[in-house]
Design a protein. Sequence first.
Length: 761
Amino acid sequence: MPCGGGDWIRFLARGVLAFGRVLRFFHLMFTRFLKQHTGPLTRDLVQEPGNFGLGKVPSRLKPSSTATSICGYCATGCQLKIHLDEDGNAINLSPQAGYPVNLGMACPKGWQALDPLDSPDRATMPLLRNASGKMVETDWTTAMEIFTTRLKAIREEHGREAVAFLSTGQIPFEEMALLGCLFKFGMGFLHCDANTRQCMATAVTAYKESFGFDAPPATYADFEESDVIVLIGANLCIAHPILWQRVMRNPRSPKIIVIDPRATETAQAATQHVALKPKGDLPLLYALAHCILRDGRVDRKSLTHTEGIEDFSEFLKDYSPAAVAEMTGQTVEIIESLALTVSEPNKRVSWWWTMGVNQSHEGVRTAQAIINLCLMTGNIGKPGTGPNSITGQCNAMGSRLFSNTTSLVGGHDFADAAHREKVAAGLGIPLEKIPCDSSLAYDQILAAAESGKIKALWIVATNPFHSWIDSGRLAALREKLEFLVVQDMYHNTESAQVADLVLPAAGWGEKEGCFINSERRIGTLKSVRKAPGQALSDFRIFRLIANAWGCGDMFAKWTTPEAAFQLIRDLTMNRPCDITGIESYEMIDRLGGIQWPFPSRSAGVSPPCSERRLFENGIYYTSNGKAKFLFSPPERMPEPPDFKFPFLMLTGRGTSSQWHTQTRTAKSDILRKLYPENAYLEIHPADARSYGFKEGEKVLVRSRRGEMTASVYLAPTVQRGHIFIPMHYPEVNHLTHSSFDPHSRQPNYKACAVALAKLSH
Ligand SMILES: Nc1nc2c(c(=O)[nH]1)N[C@H]1C(S)=C(S)[C@@H](COP(=O)(O)OP(=O)(O)OC[C@H]3O[C@@H](n4cnc5c(=O)[nH]c(N)nc54)[C@H](O)[C@@H]3O)O[C@H]1N2
Ligand SMILES: Nc1nc2c(c(=O)[nH]1)N[C@H]1C(S)=C(S)[C@@H](COP(=O)(O)OP(=O)(O)OC[C@H]3O[C@@H](n4cnc5c(=O)[nH]c(N)nc54)[C@H](O)[C@@H]3O)O[C@H]1N2
Ligand code: SF4
Ligand SMILES: [Mo]
């Protein structure tokens, strides 16, 4: 035993030296291990700049002690300031004070955005299901061989429609574009869609049909410049807390009206809550339009930029407040007074909608009914106005323009020959590689898999085995699939667990690229962490696949995300989303993000206005420049409550600390403390009493498709006859009902019939 001071020092020094030798030994073993387990393809790639899956943190980040990145959760698009150690690794973060979106604020998810990166659940090696059904680690070379051999064989035997991918609104658009172009032009498949179908397909279709292009007109400053703010089917306090902060900054003492069946956190903070009957939106909006027309409160100048008002006026005759009162659960007086409020001359009225509108069997017509009201009252193209959809995921707006799924990359149409020629020339690929037929939508892809037409699925950065509607059907169709590939940050998501091959992906913070937020603002994200093990950025995975497939030459110019950005940016020329004025990522950062459009001529304007809205000139993107009034009669709710299933189940976001299927937020010790661990249901106290349910008691919830248990949370905020269960718990979608908006094919997540019962002991 050492006892004197000198002995201590010698003992410590020997210990440090020994520890150093052990470290060195492990370092050598690790390097050797990497060499053995990294195929030639991977080794080539890790030498490339911009790949931080296995490589080094970029040297250009080294001199600085901070980097900026757009948050990787919601579509608000807050900028975070990442604090780096001397090797360029993120050690902490704080919200960016000067950024025009969040103005120094962030919600709990943003503050804890680094936590999910460190989880032991990270996928660090490709995983392959072996003959006995067990997932075993493999190297990238084998993974690529299996991926290409299996998919090529399926293509050979069953044709180009037998393989599909389902992807996301949560990776940079450079990655989305590479995936979409690789799959369709390089690998020659046709069917692909993204989880954005679950989220904003309705808004896309509504804008396209009404305005001629998918063009959400707002800028966030509109929250601060409105006199009347109508939030319909949107719970900002939970789902977009920083946008609610923007509302709170409005100096005009705005009237805030929340239209939602539940008295949400947002409704409670509003001036007026319209406690609508679920799916009463469309008749309510038509009745408002009826009153406005009847009373001559239309804006004649605005109408000169539209077409179809005559037919719409005729149609509206049937929608008096008295005629819709029952359908909406509102009195004639409430409807009349609402009509006056939203058509007040000289008042700026802005409408904002999210999933309460989009996720409906008649979402598109409901969104268009909002658009119609704005066109009639002149509330568009001016400060504090607009029919504004708020998107969900950090890059849902990027996927709309660049994912090459529903629309041809860069805001084009597959069906348009001139568009196909332009894209072929811009990307330097043969014209015949671009299909003119369109992909099946998400639900149609899954139906084709159920019927055996689609044999293989490749799932990228989404978790449909939890999030898809009536998810029990997915479990059943898994049995039919010959091959399921899941590319994810984690090896144990509900979807990864049933895959045949898992490709380990780097996540937010470990790669670069751009997101577009709800106000069309493009912002950059940075690589500030090394991905664990052999996880690679999705960009690099797609490049590996291109090489392994044998179409690497077609993507030779797509060397880094920024090189890809330059390519797809140029494709946008002369489209409504033209961003050819953006020179570089550096320019985007310097200008505090850039809203589209930003054509090259505006590059000289210095500094360009940091808040821009669309349609200030009254010209729309339709062939005659006019916006269209579109409408049709309300349809019956697909599965209303009945004698056997007497409750209507609503679903949605639960807390500001939970994100979707919780693969990321559940990894944060701090966030986990901020929400209930297990599924709960909100129920009106009177309904609970009639069933003898006590607060906290676990009860059975059943629909025609499945059942789950959830603990009772007494909530007078929910109407009698309804329950609300947050979507973050996987059981919820065992219950939901597969029904879709016919125009957008967006799922109707928010209304199905359920029965409740005490658990038998
Ligand atoms: N904390 C957190 N924030 C998120 C997300 C998350 O998972 N967690 N996800 C992001 C994503 S991808 C999205 S799409 C957005 C979603 O953002 P929101 O759409 O605001 O959130 P939801 O809770 O899904 O739905 C909003 C409201 O619709 C109401 N609703 C239900 N049925 C009807 C109806 O018939 N009519 C009307 N008018 N309202 C109805 C519900 O009661 C609910 O309060 O949130 C984004 N932000
Ligand atoms: N009942 C009900 N269901 C709903 C809804 C509802 O309101 N009610 N809302 C719907 C809506 S609006 C949405 S948007 C969907 C969301 O549904 P999902 O998209 O399925 O949900 P997420 O949990 O966001 O899944 C993202 C997956 O990508 C992984 N991931 C994250 N970053 C990366 C990356 O950079 N690369 C790769 N390869 N993987 C990554 C995550 O680990 C996670 O597994 O849910 C829908 N489902
Ligand atoms: S509001 Fe959205 S973008 Fe902003 S910090 Fe929270 S999750 Fe991130
Ligand atoms: Mo979403």
